[in-house]
Design a protein around this ligand. Sequence first.
Ligand code: NAD
Length: 457
Amino acid sequence: MEFKTLHQNHRAFFQTHQTKSIAFRKQALRRLLNTLKKEEQQVYTALEKDLKKPEYESYLSEYFVVVKEIQLMLQHLNAWAKPKRITSSPLNFPSKDYLLAEPYGCTLHISPWNYPFQLALNSVIGAIAAGNTVVLKPSEMAPHTAALLEKIVAASFPQEHAAVVQGGAETAQSLLELRWDYIFYTGSTRIGKIIATAAAQHLTPTTLELGGKSPCVVDGTTPLELTAKRIVWGKFINCGQTCIAPDYVLVHEKYGEALLEQLIAQLKKAFGTNPEQSESYARIVNATHFERLTAWMQDSEIRYGGQTDKKDLYIAPTLLFDPKAKGKAMEEEIFGPLLPVVTYQTKDEAETIMGKFEKPLAFYMFSKDKDWINSLAYRFSNGGMVVNDAVVQFINNKLPFGGVGHSGQGSYHGKYSFNTFSHFKPIVKRGLWNDPFVRYAPYPKKYDWLKKFLSWV
Ligand code: NAD
């Protein structure tokens, strides 16, 4: 179907007001949940084909996350969508004031390839829960998952309520020419700017879920074995292709070698001595990203890993020792299984290195130094902070998820998704029996009275 026709159909469907009914929205979400349960195994198969994702990871970080999100919506939708009584202003006495959550209308979602299932569906769930229609364009770089998403959405929604459009950049550009009521984008900061520019032509509000270089500070006050174990999990899940993965480690010089030793030990424990044979290790999404990452690797001292196999799109979990933070991998977001370990001597030096980059999506800090933790929490802006772990902020869908500055605008997950896709409309219902003369013209002689009255209320 032509995009324009699909768009018109969505607009016409939204104008029937069917999506305003909470029962309608819940039915739609239940249908999606049922389809997902039927297609669960297909989800794992598609993710295996696109990224060689281990089923364990696909369950934990994709399928389970989506199912949980729908369940949370079903559980709380009545309460979230209920008009909220707001204290009235005495100046309007008598009045009853409300906030009514109204859907924006027709929403467009453009999603990436790294968690191609949940990063496509989670925003869709929020938009449907809030009463919008949805057009989703998944990433062309994860084609098996994209095809399955189309099948799942078609089986769960009438096409005029939610539909999937397949294609790459050109398709996205054509969709962006149309006037949407909300655009939700997940992907790189570079494309995020293109999305924001296109949205501005129609004054369409957007949420931009972008990336950045997320630091991981290790000051040596936490047990290094546990520290390394958690960093290895957060960094190498999905072969490092995680937007909130620790991008680089900043370790106090005194503990640099000891941390490297522990990281190597944990990598061997997790993926064995030949991670290419490991059933727990995914692959790089395509040859372009493979080339980019292998080039960056050449530039630093490889302390562990470094093996590659282009045919298999395999890059071993790799530790780069880069004490001066000068390598290519310390310029842009890595988004792959390379972990530069950078050393610092003083807190100031660590902060200067982190401060060189745009505001990241995440900030990790392994430390027992409460003063430094609190001081960085207040002074260092980022999408979200985790103390003594990595990536786990994602698991709590009661927390907002999103970036700030170049790592994004807006947030979602759970109630925050509902809020993102709702316009909170204030409604003031005035009573008819009290109508103080003081507000009306002619004003002369009433001014003193008005001042007294306002200072009194
Ligand atoms: P990408 O920006 O290349 O692609 C994402 C989507 O944008 C795809 O659907 C793609 O078809 C579309 N697209 C590509 N070119 C376009 C164009 N010119 N106009 C309009 N749309 C276009 O991003 P990616 O490589 O898929 O993802 C990597 C980046 O995304 C990393 O920076 C990562 O940190 C970030 N990311 C962020 C999150 C988050 O939740 N904040 C999640 C995943 C990835």
